[in-house]
Write a protein that binds this ligand. Structure first.
Ligand code: FAD
Length: 531
């Protein structure tokens, strides 16, 4: 790609391209004439991301007015609230995914990652990810351009540009590690199907390792110590589901390992589930302690490395061995796996690419060929960001640019509303996507009242068929439903939890499959296979 075509790209995309070209990864940018743009009566809406925001919006847009195109590295939507159930053998992974491509939905799809943006030309630079992402999982390390590290050359996809009339950014977030030494390389994360599959596989692997005649009693203890860092809803539910899986199902398969497995739930905060009322949070802690889960609140993780506690460096990765988790309070402890679920950080696209898209540089050399020097352009765009690095949007979900407002919209975990942001949850993102779809269909975005989050309550599973349910309050602190208690807990809340997630599963196929699978589990136990 040379000269004039290259000049159309913003400087970040240009430097990304030239770096990729230098390393032999990408040789040219294809211009997407292959996209069906024949129907000019419909606006082309490019939706980045196939999660709660992107997938939901793509299903809400009126096909007579809009021609939605979803661009995402994964070709499916994941029903994240049930990911812990899949990791602990209660559900099949296929029970929680919906394909983006569906003959009934008039939605186009490219399996690609957004890499750059040209606001002037109104195009998105994309890199195909069809080969590299069989099942997406959180990459351990990324290179400077945000590629998962160590991709083979054949795994690199082509680059292409896609034009848009409207752009919706819903690329979600990545796991936040607070730069804790060793975590990015050695912990497991829990964001996508690939992550949950790794967790399930590692659990089974650890039991098989522990039962080998060559494993010492001390190593058995370390291998079967499961650490979960982050006592929010995801970490707490994962600890509870893991505990059920181990005690109700795996212990029947490995009677020789009885009394050895241990689950520890770490957090720097003094409570688990701190977004719940104090009484509910205390109930969760008491219940989980009585189930045998070690609640390690007010603990600060210092590092995570391969090798048993006390072993001298160098520390080599050895999946047959254990890891050492170091906390300020306890020192070093041996663990078989550590799942890191301490919240969200912005991904590379939002953090770096969508920063300042400024004037074009002069004399840029694209693929090594000398280029004509260019006069720098005067205009520049700067995306306004919130404190956490997310894109700042107004109450109508329009991205705020410092010098220009326009046709870019943003929703979900990568957005913060200037008017007061709802929590980064599927519930809020789903509501945003539905609201935005309605406004776009009615063509009155910006002319009606801004988006308002309606809190429908918060739930968390805490093990032994018990759950918590926080009843929503009105803004003035009064309960919305006068006769309901502050919250529900125990078995009743767990039945509501089951019912709610069956109802909320997207397709009828998955609603029925989830209900059927949970019934089968009661009769025959969970799936203990390892693959
Ligand atoms: P996501 O759903 O994460 O989707 C982001 C999409 O963008 C993905 O398809 C990703 O592949 C794609 N993408 C990433 N980078 C790019 C790029 N450069 N270009 C194009 N596409 C890209 N919330 C609740 O309300 N209740 C719950 O019970 C609950 N449980 C959860 C359990 C787990 C295990 C997790 C991880 C989250 C849970 N959440 C829950 C939170 C909820 O899932 C998120 O708030 C929600 O997914 C946010 O939606 P999103 O569309 O912003 O991002």
């Amino acid at each position: 790609l040379r000269g004039s075509r290259l000049r159309h790209l913003d400087p970040r995309s240009q430097s990304l391209l030239s770096n990729l070209q230098r390393r032999g990864f990408a040789t040219r940018v294809e211009h997407t004439t292959a996209i069906n743009t024949s129907d000019e009566s419909r606006e082309r809406v490019i939706i980045l991301g196939s999660g709660w925001g992107g997938y939901t919006l793509s299903r809400c847009l009126d096909p007579k007015q809009f021609s939605p195109l979803v661009i995402s590295p994964r070709s499916y939507f994941v029903f994240t609230p049930l990911l812990t159930d899949a990791a602990s053998g209660s559900l099949d992974f296929s029970n929680l995914v919906e394909p983006v491509r569906d003959p009934r939905a008039k939605v186009d799809f490219f399996q690609a990652r957004a890499r750059g943006l040209d606001l002037k030309k109104k195009t998105v630079l994309c890199e195909a990810t069809v080969v590299q992402s069989g099942v997406t999982q959180t990459p351990r390390t990324e290179d400077n351009e945000g590629h998962p590290a160590n991709l083979a050359k054949w795994e690199q996809g082509e680059l292409f540009e896609v034009p848009y009339d409207k752009l919706v950014i819903a690329v979600g977030t990545v796991a936040r590690t607070f730069n804790t030494p060793g975590v990015r390389d050695n912990a497991l994360f829990f964001k996508d199907i690939g992550d949950a599959k790794r967790v399930k596989r590692r659990i089974r692997e650890l039991f098989e390792l522990a039962v080998l005649p060559t494993t010492t009693p001390e190593m058995k203890k370390w291998l079967l110590h499961f650490a979960i860092v982050g006592a929010g809803p995801t970490g707490t539910e994962l600890a509870a589901s893991l505990r059920d899986f181990i005690h109700k199902d795996l212990m029947r398969v490995y009677p020789a390992l009885r009394d050895i497995p241990k689950i520890s739930l770490y957090d720097v905060a003094p409570n688990v589930l701190s977004m719940f009322d104090k009484t509910l949070s205390q109930y969760a802690m008491d219940t989980m302690k009585s189930e045998g889960i070690d609640i390690k609140t007010s603990h600060h993780i210092k590092s995570l490395r391969w090798g048993p506690p006390g072993a001298p460096p160098p520390y080599h990765m050895d999946p047959k061995g254990c890891l050492t988790l170091e906390t300020a309070e306890e020192g070093e402890v041996g663990v078989g796996m550590c799942v890191w679920v301490t919240g969200n950080a912005q991904n590379k696209f939002v953090k770096d690419t969508l920063s300042k898209i400024g004037p074009l540089p002069t004399g840029f050399e694209g693929d090594g060929a000398p280029d004509q020097p260019q006069a720098p352009e005067k205009s520049s765009w700067e995306f306004k960001k919130a404190k956490n690095g997310a894109l700042l949007v107004d109450g109508h979900l329009r991205v705020q640019l410092k010098d220009e407002t326009g046709r870019r919209l943003c929703l979900g975990d990568n957005a913060v509303l200037e008017t007061g942001s709802p929590p980064a949850t599927a519930q809020a993102t789903h509501q945003m996507a539905k609201w935005l779809g309605k406004r776009l269909n009615k063509r009155d975005l910006g002319q009606t009242a801004p988006f308002k989050f309606r809190d429908l309550g918060t739930m968390a599973y805490i093990g032994e068929e018990k759950a918590l349910m926080q009843i929503p309050h009105n803004g003035d602190g009064k309960k919305r439903l006068k006769y309901l208690p502050e919250g529900l807990r125990g078995r009743l809340a767990s039945w509501i939890w089951d019912g709610a997630y069956i109802t909320m599963s997207i397709s009828w196929r998955n609603k029925l499959r989830v209900a059927f699978r949970w019934t089968l589990n009661r009769m025959f136990g969970r799936d203990v296979s390892r693959f």
